[in-house]
Structures are given as C-alpha cells and as structure tokens.
Design a protein around this ligand. Structure first.
Ligand SMILES: NC(=O)c1ccc[n+]([C@@H]2O[C@H](COP(=O)([O-])OP(=O)(O)OC[C@H]3O[C@@H](n4cnc5c(N)ncnc54)[C@H](OP(=O)(O)O)[C@@H]3O)[C@@H](O)[C@H]2O)c1
Length: 285
C-alpha cells in the first residue's frame, strides 16, 4: 500500500528519519520544514517522490498553503504527522512567560493548526491517519524544568481524543506517539536551558541530560511508525522506547489502583447513590 505523508519539522531528528523511512518504503512525502533547504539531500536521493515545503507550524496561513500544495502535488495525503516540537528548561517559579507561551505556539497550537486544516482534506478523500508526537511525559508528566512543554503534550492528547471522536465517522484515525529519550537534537541544540536557581539544582538542574545517552534510535522509531501506518488496526497511543513503555504501564496501573480504591466515594457524589460512604483508610505511604 503506497501512501503520501505530510510531515512537520522534517529538517532534523525524528521528522527527518520518518521522511526517509517513508521514502524507503516506496511512499511519497511532503516534507515540511522551516528551512526546506535542509532537505536538499533527500530531493537529490529520492527525486520527485519528496516535495520540500516551507512551513513554520505557528503560521496558520502557511499551514493551509502547505497542505494544499501537498494535495496538489501528490493528489492526496494519507498520513499527517505533527512532529515539530521543542522544549526549553526553566523552573516554573522563574520561567519567562513569553518563552512559556512561545513553546505552546509550536507544541500545541502548531498541532491544532495542522490538524484542523487537514480535516476537510481527509474527510473529502474518505479518511486517513493523523500521527501526533506527544511524549511519555505527555502521559506521565512530572519532569522538572519542562512545564510548558509537558503541559502542551498533555494538551495534544486531550485535543487528539476529541479529534478522534469527531473524525472517526469520516474514516480518520488518530495515533498519539509517546517517545522516551531519543538521540536527536531535542535535548541538545534545540533546547535552551535557562538559568537554574540554586534551590532547583536537585530537581530542574539534575534533569538536564546529554541526549547522546538516550537509548532511543530515531531510525527504528521511524521504521516502526511506517509499518504501523500501513495497518488497519492502529493503536490510539503508542509509547516508543523501553522507558516509555515501562513508565506508561506503571502510570496506568497506579491510576487504575487509585480509581478503584476511591470508586465508592466517586460514585457517592451522584443523586440516588448510597451516601455518605466510608473514605478509604487514611494511611500515608
Ligand atoms: N528526542 C526525544 O527524546 C523526544 C522524546 C519525546 C518526544 N519527542 C518529540 O518528538 C518530536 C520531534 O523531536 P526531535 O526529537 O526530532 O527533536 P529535534 O531533533 O530537535 O527536531 C525538532 C524539529 O522540529 C522542528 N521545529 C521546531 N519548531 C518548529 C516550528 N515552529 N515549525 C516547524 N518546525 C519546527 C525543527 O525545525 P528546525 O530545524 O527549523 O529547528 C526540527 O526539525 C517533537 O515533538 C518532540 O517533542 C522527542
């Protein structure tokens, strides 16, 4: 099954690996990037199966034009990938508000613009797949220093659940990808680490890591996603990496245990239900 991909942020990292993996699988790719010249080598190698398109995802007009160009060049778009994203590091207490909002412009609003603009196209052609790059941090959360980024990733998941419900009748599937650490520029050149006050040295300061130590292989992630995109049965969420897998399962088990422990109390808030009920034992730890 030959597919046409539309990928944001394909100049580097996971987006670039995904563009190459799709091309290697015989697919066609609208490879969008803020600096489309960074894709010259892919064009030299794959010719007109790849179309570099200039796109900063924070510009909704440019998003519409880029999708229209992809549709015009390839006739359809089967897989829309919201990959563009980055994180800067600062404690919430000292974070620069403008920087926090700016990260949201790319990490959440970029996903919103592309998803929204893709709906009419996908609906008209009878379906497609939207792949949203969240993070294992967008399921588990709690990583010191990247509140804006992680809040945006949670927002992507909430947005994508509604997108899935609204577009399923049109044949659209929505896959939220949740990677752990991958060897890209995410924690390197793409990340600004703001000054970390002494009081946050053990939390925010300790969280800054060398991406070369991350176990995730972008080429493997990309090849996996290309195979998944060719299935009928696509998961709603896909953790990628051993850490992402272990953390997601542990988080969901913790939530499940807590929800079950408090279930009688939860139910008791409704009219007609037994009330009051005993709270669970008040034990610490
Ligand atoms: N690597 C990890 O450990 C990891 C873990 C969990 C989730 N993720 C997610 O995976 C996705 C890809 O990240 P990566 O690891 O490949 O990082 P990366 O190597 O830093 O690449 C990020 C890409 O996003 C692009 N980008 C940033 N802002 C953009 C904007 N406003 N418009 C268009 N493109 C923009 C960059 O383009 P420029 O070249 O123009 O800057 C670059 O191509 C992100 O959503 C990230 O949050 C990564």
């Amino acid at each position: 099954m030959q597919q046409t991909w539309f990928i944001t942020g394909s100049s580097r990292g996971l987006g670039r690996a995904l563009a190459r993996a799709a091309l290697d699988a015989g697919d066609t790719v609208a490879a969008t990037a803020r600096r489309p010249e960074a894709l010259a080598d892919l064009v030299a190698e794959y010719g007109d199966r790849v179309r570099p398109i200039a796109l900063d995802v924070t510009d909704p007009d440019a998003v519409g034009a880029a999708l229209a160009e992809a549709r015009e060049v390839f006739g359809r778009v089967d897989v829309v990938v919201n990959n563009a994203g980055y994180a800067n590091v600062a404690p919430i207490e000292t974070a620069d508000d403008a920087d926090v909002r700016e990260q949201f412009e790319t990490n959440f609003w970029g996903v919103y613009h592309v998803s929204k603009a893709a709906i009419p196209l996908l609906r008209a052609q009878g379906g497609g797949l939207v792949i949203q790059f969240s993070s294992v941090g967008g399921r588990v959360g709690g990583s010191p220093g990247i509140a804006s980024y992680q809040a945006a990733k949670f927002a992507i998941d909430g947005f994508s659940r509604v997108l899935r419900a609204e577009t399923a009748p049109f044949g659209v599937k929505v896959l939220v990808v949740e990677p752990s650490g991958f060897r890209t520029d995410w924690a390197g050149a793409s990340m600004t680490v703001h000054e970390v006050p002494e009081a946050y040295a053990g939390t925010v300061g300790a969280a800054v890591r060398d991406p070369a130590t991350f176990p995730g292989d972008p080429e493997r992630a990309a090849a996996i996603l290309v195979r998944v995109a060719k299935r009928d049965d696509v998961p709603e969420h896909l953790p990628l990496g051993a850490v992402a897998s272990a953390m997601s399962v542990a988080q969901d088990e913790r939530l499940l245990a807590s929800d079950r422990r408090w279930a009688a109390v939860s139910v008791s808030a409704d009219v007609g239900q037994p009330y009051p009920v005993e709270l669970p034992d008040d034990v610490l730890g």
